[in-house]
Design a binder for this molecule. Structure first.
Ligand code: SAH
Length: 367
């Protein structure tokens, strides 16, 4: 059952933070843990008492030790395009944002990995909050379980969703909890998510990208570039001062083949700032050198950002210029923007002023 059989303290009482092997001290023999996973993750039973194929004594023991209930929804917002954004209440009263995104036959669940974020990107509302805390693995997994339970009513659709780690927070800043969550989501007795159905979006923290390259489970990787020269990227994404573009590109090139083949560069188009033809050419060169796709995200505007999205013609011209480098280039559809559910709009409260990035607190030194 693997070597890390002891339940981790940080999993607390929530069942959703436990891998099957973590359960072995409590649930014996091992096939009982498999039955338990199947009941909770596949059949959606969120009450140990009702898992009737488990012995009564085991059910009572589980109930005394663990909590398998779904988290409470603090508020829910419905957008006209079917997108639903939820604020999920965590055990300490903090809120995590989760977004359900139906798209024709495809469903995507966008989950948060932190409350707030420490990266302070100049165009992102979450970045204005600063970091409150990391989410536990259980809190990350529970978001997907909750949305699957509440929104994916059709049993035939229940397996056909994707997960994007693109909500609040920087997933690689919360590395251990995110990797643990991926392992739990991946378990074939549970949600059985293949890594090709999960996309981790990151600003590109280099030590963690190196660590990721050596993992057994590697999801698709999306890298937020927004700034195709160091000068511009330093301005919009302060993490670039610690990890400049050339180093980032080199680290991405070291990912193993499958995840590397599927890397996506995300680039926010800000009028007059990141939308010039020079920017497009620089972006095209970077993407071509890595053989990646590009996802252009026209800025989602907000009264809290003194920035604008470029007009349609500029966006199309920019896309054409990137494509000239032979790079598949897409414009991301804005979803749920009427309820502030779109990229970069997740922000539960108002913070006063704008936090500076604290590179030292992130453990990266920097200038
Ligand atoms: N920290 C991770 C994941 C969260 S952000 C990351 O940075 O990748 C998810 C995506 O939304 C990122 O690509 C980010 O650049 C983009 N984004 C942030 N603010 C935005 C805004 N105001 N408009 C459009 N996209 C934005």
């Amino acid at each position: 059952m693997g070597e890390d059989a002891a339940p981790r303290a940080h999993s607390g009482r929530s069942f959703f933070g436990y891998t099957r092997s973590d359960l072995s001290p409590i649930v014996d023999p091992a096939y009982r843990a498999t039955q338990l996973f199947e009941a909770v993750y596949r059949q959606g039973i969120h009450d140990f008492e009702r898992i009737t194929n488990l012995p009564k004594a085991l059910r009572a023991d589980l109930k005394a030790r663990l909590d398998v209930g779904l988290p409470d929804v603090h508020r829910s917002f419905d957008a006209e395009d079917g997108v639903r954004r939820r604020l999920i209440r965590l055990s300490d009263g903090e809120l995590a944002e989760t977004v359900y995104i139906p798209d024709g036959g495809r469903t995507t669940i966008c989950v948060s990995t932190q409350v707030g974020c420490a990266l302070a990107c100049g165009f992102c509302l979450t970045g204005q909050l600063g970091l409150t805390r990391h989410l536990t693995a259980a809190e990350i997994v529970a978001q997907a379980v909750l949305v699957r339970h509440l929104d994916i009513a059709n049993p035939e659709r229940k397996d056909g969703f994707n997960i994007v780690l693109m909500g609040m927070g920087e997933p690689l800043h919360n590395y251990d909890n995110v990797m643990r969550a991926l392992a739990i989501l991946h378990d074939p007795a549970g949600l059985n998510m293949s890594m090709s159905r999960i996309t981790l979006s990151t600003v590109g923290l280099l030590p963690e990208l190196e660590r990721l390259a050596g993992e057994h489970l590697i999801p698709n990787v999306a890298v937020s570039l927004t700034g195709a020269t160091d000068e511009k990227r330093n301005r919009w994404m302060p993490i670039n001062r610690a990890y400049p573009i050339a180093d980032l590109v080199a680290a991405l090139g070291r990912l193993p083949v499958r995840p590397r083949k599927k890397i996506m560069l995300e680039y926010v188009l800000i009028r007059g700032e990141t939308d010039t033809m020079d920017d497009a050419r620089a972006l095209g060169r970077i993407a071509a050198s890595l053989d990646t796709k590009v996802n252009l995200i026209p800025l989602n505007e907000s009264p809290d950002l003194a920035l604008e999205r470029p007009d349609r013609e500029t966006i199309l011209r920019f896309q054409a210029a990137v494509r000239e480098h032979g790079v598949p280039t897409f414009i991301r559809k804005s979803r749920g923007d009427d309820i502030s559910a779109a990229c970069g709009q997740l922000k539960k409260t108002w913070a006063d002023g704008k936090p500076e990035i604290d590179l030292q607190a992130l453990g990266v030194g920097g200038s």
